[in-house]
Design a protein around this ligand. Structure first.
Ligand SMILES: *[C@@H]1O[C@H](CO)[C@@H](O)[C@H](O)[C@H]1NC(C)=O
Ligand SMILES: *[C@@H]1O[C@H](CO)[C@@H](O)[C@H](O)[C@H]1NC(C)=O
Ligand SMILES: *[C@@H]1O[C@H](CO)[C@@H](O)[C@H](O)[C@H]1NC(C)=O
Ligand SMILES: *[C@@H]1O[C@H](CO)[C@@H](O)[C@H](O)[C@H]1NC(C)=O
Ligand SMILES: *[C@@H]1O[C@H](CO)[C@@H](O)[C@H](O)[C@H]1NC(C)=O
Length: 418
């Protein structure tokens, strides 16, 4: 009797374990089927967009100071049935991101697809210091410290003008539309202050512009940038001056760990919420599984430190300390950027729950720029900073506003070019 009961018990246990196992298998299969863009985590822009039926182009641009940067283009989306509208659009990523981040929300929610599908000629740049901007005509990023001696000042002064020259040449246009997210908006405002390129921009859509950051509520961001401001004088080697590179330890670990469904749904989403703020349901677990494959994408220690100086009440140039400031700027204090030189039409878009770029700082910026068409608050009350690239709600929350202005500032052209 006893042995019989024992074997029945063993059998029941066996069946239980087996069903749990196969249920687990089925769950994993279901998750994988739902997360049909998981492979995006380990692919580049060209392969990712191609896998959804978007034909892209890769372009190489060399800046005046020798940095070799990769730009991508989707000239026409697969859902664009009519002719493409002109002028072309340049979309610039944020701090520690790259062009691939614009695909992480998947084929139904990423600006990288929504804009070409609405018949815009979309170009996506990558600034110096990212994995697509880690080459130079004479400097080696692995051995020359000088390669990493830049901040967003140089991105605005050199990278964006090179992209503009290149795009205008390729498309035979005289102007373009610029969409800048976070650091992407910061560097356009720097460009307008420091160069004569501003009048080549027909319209500037500024998504959560990281310009003055006086009221930033994100503690991890404040800690990171203040830490780099503090230790910058001690850093000398290229591998110390390069911060959070793609393929580095942090990015590789995050990418590996967050690929897992459970980890992505819990710890990885929590990490995003801690960096920014809490916006429930906005970033899908499948997006959280993919995005760490592309970010952090690297920058320079000096650029990270520059952000700690942006907590000041005005938007100033890089502060090298009194002596060096005197030598470079001719004054002890670093001068302010001339925000009044951004004379082009600007649309400012911001979210109420953005802990990195606070509403108060966007409002301040809107009083400094001479030609603001609209300062628009995203309707969703929990809209935060990372939502611009990663939210599943982009098609409803920000795309219509962007498209409204794009329709006004573009025209259909009959002959295709470029
Ligand atoms: C697993 O899925 C298969 C078919 O997809 C189904 O036949 C089987 O009953 C499922 N197993 C469990 C334990 O749900
Ligand atoms: C993107 O990946 C494909 C396939 O792995 C490769 O052929 C191509 O050179 C890559 N392009 C860039 C810009 O890295
Ligand atoms: C970094 O750039 C600044 C400003 O252009 C320059 O004054 C300084 O000498 C450079 N430092 C190094 C280490 O190249
Ligand atoms: C683009 O640049 C090339 C090389 O500098 C030049 O020959 C060509 O005329 C330019 N095209 C346009 C449309 O400006
Ligand atoms: C623009 O701003 C700069 C720097 O703040 C200032 O020196 C200049 O007088 C301003 N120009 C105009 C026309 O307001």
């Amino acid at each position: 009797m006893n042995t019989k009961r024992g074997s029945i018990g063993g059998c029941v246990l066996c069946i239980l374990i087996f069903s749990a196992y196969s249920l687990g298998q089925n769950l994993t299969a279901a998750q994988n089927a739902k997360d049909d863009h998981l492979q995006d985590a380990s692919s580049n822009f060209t392969s990712i967009s191609a896998s959804y039926g978007y034909i892209s182009e890769e372009h190489t641009v060399t800046t005046e100071d020798g940095y070799i940067l990769t730009m991508f283009r989707i000239p026409k989306g697969k859902r664009c049935l009519g002719s493409v509208r002109q002028p072309p659009v340049l979309l610039m990523h944020g701090f520690l991101l790259n062009s691939d981040s614009w695909t992480d929300a998947g084929p139904t929610a990423s600006l990288a697809y929504l804009l070409p599908d609405a018949c815009y000629d979309l170009w996506l740049g990558n600034v110096r210091g990212t994995d697509y901007g880690r080459r130079h005509e004479r400097l080696d990023p692995d051995t020359d410290s000088e390669f990493w001696n830049f901040t967003s000042n140089e991105m605005g002064k050199y990278d964006i003008p090179s992209f503009i020259d290149y795009i205008l040449n390729r498309t035979s246009s005289t102007e373009l539309i610029y969409v800048g997210y976070s650091q992407g908006a910061r560097i356009l405002i720097i460009m307008c202050s420091e160069t004569e390129y501003c009048n080549k921009i027909k319209l500037f859509i500024s998504l959560a512009p990281a310009v003055r950051l006086r009221y930033t509520r994100s503690l991890p961001f404040r800690l990171l940038v203040n830490f780099y401001e503090l230790i910058l004088p001690l850093l000398t080697n290229p591998n110390e001056l390069e911060v959070l590179p793609k393929g580095g330890l942090i990015q590789s670990l995050a990418a590996y760990f967050c690929r897992d469904y459970i980890a992505a749904a819990t710890v990885c989403k929590l990490a995003l919420n801690l960096i920014d703020s809490y916006d429930p349901l906005s970033v899908l677990t499948q997006t959280a599984r993919v995005l760490f494959g592309h970010t952090p994408a690297g920058s320079s220690a000096r650029n990270v430190a520059f952000y700690s100086q942006s907590f000041a009440p005005t938007f100033n140039k890089y502060d090298y300390g009194a002596d060096k400031n005197l030598e470079i700027y001719g004054s002890v204090e670093p001068p302010q950027y001339a925000l009044n030189r951004t004379t082009i039409p600007v649309v400012l878009i911001y979210g109420k729950n953005d802990y990195l770029v606070d509403t108060k700082d966007v409002m301040w910026l809107s009083t400094q720029l001479p030609n603001v068409l609209e300062t628009y608050q995203v309707i969703r009350p929990t809209w935060n900073h990372l939502d611009y690239t990663y939210s599943q709600f982009t098609p409803l929350q920000i795309f219509p506003k962007i498209n409204q202005y794009f329709l006004k500032y573009t025209d259909k052209v009959l002959s295709s070019n470029g």
